[in-house]
Design a protein around this ligand. Sequence first.
Ligand SMILES: Cc1cc2nc3c(=O)[nH]c(=O)nc-3n(C[C@H](O)[C@H](O)[C@H](O)COP(=O)(O)O)c2cc1C
Length: 178
Amino acid sequence: MKDPKGLFYQILRSRRSVREYQDMPIAKDILERILETGRLAASAANCQPWDFIVMDQNHPKREELNQVFYKDGFLKAPVVIAACAESEKAWVRSADGANYAWVDVTIAVTEMILAATAEGIGTCWVASFDLEKARRILNIPKNIELVTLLTLGYPLEPLDIQEKNRKPMSEILHTGEW
Ligand SMILES: Cc1cc2nc3c(=O)[nH]c(=O)nc-3n(C[C@H](O)[C@H](O)[C@H](O)COP(=O)(O)O)c2cc1C
């Protein structure tokens, strides 16, 4: 592989939230690679307090799931991954009782997002949706939290490197102390 470091940064920079998808399915082996990336992610004390529910366009409940989205573009996403957290299985920091379930799930989802980007697949982390309806459709047990519905699909517009609207480094970086 020529310049793997350069390629990695290119993937990071080309990731953006994709809300419009082509009508093209994701091949099984590609989806498996993306999910495997999530499975291998780091988690606090290696607790792995996550579960993933995958739903493609052929699933009988997909039309029902589409009702939970507030943006039409997501309806066309060939795959939705519901990423779930089980706080009872997560590491808890004794100093302040912080439960790391959502941190761990977020790391796994982020790595899946980057794997998808490397595959030329666009994603959107969707946090705003009809939560209660989604939980019911996906049959999620009471003790499990639904962190995100990650939509995946080939983007309508290519994943090229675009300017990002972000705070400047000077605003967020502290040296040595707050
Ligand atoms: C935790 C989280 C929740 C988000 N929820 C939504 C959402 O519900 N709907 C949506 O359209 N985008 C959502 N996004 C996408 C953000 O709006 C997007 O990441 C941000 O505007 C930066 O743009 P970029 O991802 O294209 O770089 C979410 C992103 C994150 C990280």
